[in-house]
Ligand binder design. Sequence first.
Ligand SMILES: Cc1cc2nc3c(=O)[nH]c(=O)nc-3n(C[C@H](O)[C@H](O)[C@H](O)COP(=O)(O)OP(=O)(O)OC[C@H]3O[C@@H](n4cnc5c(N)ncnc54)[C@H](O)[C@@H]3O)c2cc1C
Ligand code: FES
Length: 254
Amino acid sequence: MKQEIVQIHSLEYLTNEILELTFISDYLSSVAKPGQFINIRVGDNFPLLRRPFSIFNVEGNKISIVFNVIGTGTKVLARKRKGDTLDVLGPCGNSFLLFIDDSFDTAFFVGGGIGVAPFPFLTKHFPSHKKIVTYLGGRHKKLIVTKGLKNIKISTDDGSDGFQGTVLDLIKKDFQENDYGKIRFFICGPTRMMKAVANYANTINADCYASLECDMACGIGLCQGCNIEVIGGERKYKLVCKEGTIFETKTVWL
Ligand SMILES: Cc1cc2nc3c(=O)[nH]c(=O)nc-3n(C[C@H](O)[C@H](O)[C@H](O)COP(=O)(O)OP(=O)(O)OC[C@H]3O[C@@H](n4cnc5c(N)ncnc54)[C@H](O)[C@@H]3O)c2cc1C
Ligand code: FES
């Protein structure tokens, strides 16, 4: 992991609400793994705290992230232009690749809203002999990003794209209609969605690995500000930024 100043290569809208920002980094592009994140100081003086973003894609020496404009940090990011510089720290956290083995046939990728972010990079590096089904859920179609994904099934709350309902309703329906063999879930999104999907994974006897989101200050294990309570084990808490962000959902209290 290291801190570096990188140059922005492009910033473009993937949907009406979601932007993809691409920058150049020989270092990050050579070491980053799917599921990891980078911690960005979005402005020179303000906001003070870095903001974490999942690595969306790596192509050659270019790295990209996706975001929707929510608050202070993402407003500043959305105003950047090609050629501007960014202060980035990474790659941080563990990788989904640690949780791929021979004990499942089909990977269910589940992305809620901007939680889609780690999946294109993971899709690229997933073993080609395994089947992937990608479930994307969003409030409406402007929040659905499909770039770089395979075998996509969409749900929206308002029915503006794909199945009308929650992403979990879509997964349940699809599971009943198809034989996917032994399934393993890889999920990322709002905690409420991840909790519901993790509970369902339990009921169908599938493993489930979630990339957790929480407020982070340092992003590198120093401030102790990103604790998650562990189920069983010797320690009561783990650090999401350093020991995660990806955990088996059976091992933590979501
Ligand atoms: C490991 C990790 C990876 C992440 N990856 C991404 C990513 O790939 N793309 C991305 O857009 N964001 C990602 N986030 C969230 C991101 O770091 C920021 O928190 C988010 O973009 C908002 O930042 P902001 O400065 O614009 O909002 P702030 O000014 O910090 O917050 C403004 C308001 O929005 C609320 N808020 C903050 N974050 C969220 C959220 N995620 N959902 C709903 N409300 C929120 C706050 O509570 C506050 O009320 C990730 C977070 C973590 C921990
Ligand atoms: S954010 Fe500081 S220890 Fe995790």
